[in-house]
Design a binder for this molecule. Structure first.
Ligand code: CTP
Length: 222
């Protein structure tokens, strides 16, 4: 099967030397890419800036901003069977990017921010979507409840709920603990384990789901 995976943070420039970003390390997305390749799948990895070595056999597309990630995902999504949007895309970007370094104005300074485009939501709205759509929900509280809301609102097939409240699991950590939620209300829990182990389980779950979906529709998978 052909996987499209997004990973890492995005960077939204403020001026030539500053940007808005987040703590995403890209480890979960890269681990999913490795696990999918190990199972013989084709992988297009669309990655924000991370300090990780790209899996050798993946088609790597490096991006910086949410707009670049949006364009890259839309260029490749329809050639894929499973799109896994694991990236921590910035929700806001500066309304204006200064072409010169902004000087410190004094005591108080406000930056006008505007929402970025939601990539997952835009794919969920695609009417004739053929691929399986997977989102990740990074939550610090009411984890499952919030993730179910995102699953419905963004119209994906699967939402992986990720508790990022602790220092020893989720963002930046090598460990994770996830709950996988499906549109029919079914859910599966993977208890705390290294991201590489979790990734293997996730790839199995995603590809089994896709196989069943495509069998039903009588679609041939390469
Ligand atoms: N996502 C995206 N584009 C954005 C923001 C988020 O594609 N501009 C995707 C992420 O890749 C992830 C999912 O949406 O698969 C959920 O991201 P998350 O950060 O948990 O939630 P948000 O939708 O940003 O909502 P909030 O920050 O309010 O929790």
């Amino acid at each position: 099967m052909r996987f499209l995976i997004t990973a890492g943070p995005t960077r939204e420039p403020i001026d030539p030397v500053r940007y808005i970003s987040n703590r995403s390390s890209g480890k979960m997305g890269y681990a999913i890419a490795e696990a999918a390749l190990a199972e013989g799948h084709h992988v297009t990895l669309i990655s924000g800036p991370v300090n990780l070595e790209a899996p050798r056999d993946a088609q790597l597309i490096s991006v910086l901003t949410s707009d670049e990630m949006f364009e890259a995902v839309h260029r490749h999504a329809n050639q894929c069977d499973i799109c896994v949007l694991c990236a921590a895309v910035a929700d806001y970007k500066p309304a204006n990017v200064s072409s010169t370094k902004i000087k410190k104005p004094g005591v108080k300074f406000s930056l006008e921010l505007i929402p970025t485009r939601d990539i997952l939501d835009s794919l969920g709205r695609q009417r004739d979507r053929q691929f399986v759509l997977v989102g990740f929900a990074a939550e610090t509280d009411h984890v499952e409840e919030n993730a179910v809301k995102k699953l419905r609102a963004k119209n994906c097939d699967i939402m992986v709920a990720n508790d990022v409240s602790g220092a020893d699991s989720g963002m930046e950590s090598d460990m994770n603990e996830v709950t996988i939620l499906f549109q029919n209300g079914e859910k599966k829990k993977i208890s705390r384990a290294p991201k590489k182990i979790i990734a293997r389980e996730l790839v199995k779950i995603f590809s089994n789901f896709a196989t069943k979906r495509f069998d039903k529709k009588n679609v041939t998978i390469n």
